[in-house]
Design a protein around this ligand. Structure first.
Ligand SMILES: Nc1nc2c(ncn2[C@@H]2O[C@H](COP(=O)(O)OP(=O)(O)OP(=O)(O)O)[C@@H](O)[C@H]2O)c(=O)[nH]1
Length: 338
């Protein structure tokens, strides 16, 4: 892992055996690497850091190194935006994965500030693209940092969504592709998990929360039928129940990522144990194109129209176009790992 460096890194394919799946909608832009920006939001301790390391198949953030002392544990730190860039290879395609983590989210009593900061962060990225589009002379080094997917980590209570979950997803669903996930899902039994997923989806419908719900491909799209089937299957899985890797064991000479318990192991990449591998595939393979396209064609377009017609409060235009100052203003830290 290299602090703040953008230099070319060697990218190695995964060593873990992932389920092979049909319907890969690959981008052809494999040479330069396809940028993909994912934000992780959820309360402390839900496994965001472990998820990040599991997704990237390396230690991007040392979870042990960020532990706070017991004397300081009760002090709620303000939310931060932490940036990590990891180069990955998926099915022969190079991906520049930019992850924005938000430690401190939901730790206070009043979370209004967190909601506002995340919304502002997302909108600032749109404003930067808008400012770039309006430039007479384009900046050839411009980096599009619009958030393509926001993974929202839900606490595995087994009950239903809490107010903070409803509020965050309701507010931001029109600004980014929200994919709800149940963090530390091995805390629930399979039966509890099924019921919890149903309750969450009922709440999402009842509150009309606009999550990314794997819409069917439009008529005339390539591989239409396959997409319809795949998306129906993915819709039925929502929210994804994820488990983060704690250790790698050797099983019949191959590495297997697990969490170990006295009663046995939960295999992270096994579909019968967790939805992690399916979500990984959605993000890095089958839906990377859809998530990027929807961000540009629908979400950004809507924002742009609102902004230019004056229905979005002018907040970040002043910041747009001046990348370092925007990043500083948002209190972001940037790490590059390979
Ligand atoms: N049972 C279980 N525990 C997990 C899982 N993922 C992470 N943990 C554990 O949960 C604790 C918190 O994990 P982190 O990944 O640091 O969680 P975080 O959301 O980044 O937490 P903050 O940094 O405090 O915001 C650690 O002890 C992890 O080992 C999981 O899938 N299942």
């Amino acid at each position: 892992m290299k602090e703040g460096s953008g230099e070319e890194q060697n990218v190695a394919p995964s060593v873990y055996s992932h389920v092979s799946r049909p319907g890969s909608h690959r981008y052809k832009n494999a040479k330069k690497g396809l940028p993909f920006n994912v934000m992780l939001v959820g309360e402390s301790g839900l496994g965001r850091t472990t998820f990040l390391n599991t997704l990237c198949e390396r230690v991007v953030v040392d979870a042990a190194g960020k532990q706070v002392s017991s004397e300081q544990a009760h002090i709620a730190e303000p939310m931060q935006f932490k940036h990590y860039t990891v180069e990955m290879e998926e099915d022969g395609m190079k991906i520049i994965l930019n992850v924005i983590d938000t430690p401190g989210f939901g730790d206070g009593i009043d979370n209004e500030n967190c909601f506002m900061q995340i919304q502002e962060y997302i909108e600032v990225q749109f404003d930067e693209v808008l400012a770039e589009e309006n430039r007479i002379k384009r900046n050839t080094k411009f980096k599009d940092s619009r958030v393509h997917a926001l993974l929202y980590f839900i606490t595995p209570t087994g009950h239903s969504l809490r107010e903070i979950d409803v509020e965050l997803m309701r507010r931001l669903g029109s600004r980014t592709n929200i994919i709800p996930v149940i963090g530390r899902s091995d805390s629930l039994t399979p039966r509890e998990l099924v019921l919890f997923k149903q309750r969450i989806m009922n709440d999402i419908a009842q509150h009309s929360i606009p999550i990314f719900s794997f819409p069917d491909a439009e008529e005339g799209d390539e591989g239409d039928e396959e997409n319809v089937e795949e998306n129906a299957e993915l819709r039925a899985m929502l929210p994804f129940a994820v488990v983060g890797c704690e250790e790698v064991i050797n099983e019949d000479g191959r590495p297997v990522r697990v969490r170990s318990y006295p009663w046995g192991v939960v295999q992270v990449d096994n579909d019968a144990h967790s939805d992690f591998d399916r979500l990984r595939y959605v993000l890095l393979n089958s839906h990377i194109g859809d998530l990027r396209d929807r961000t540009h064609n629908e979400i950004y377009e809507r924002y742009r129209t609102e902004k230019l017609s004056g229905t979005v409060p002018a907040q970040a235009m002043a910041l747009a176009g001046d990348e370092p100052s925007v990043l500083e203003a948002m209190g972001m830290q940037h790490t590059v790992a390979a």
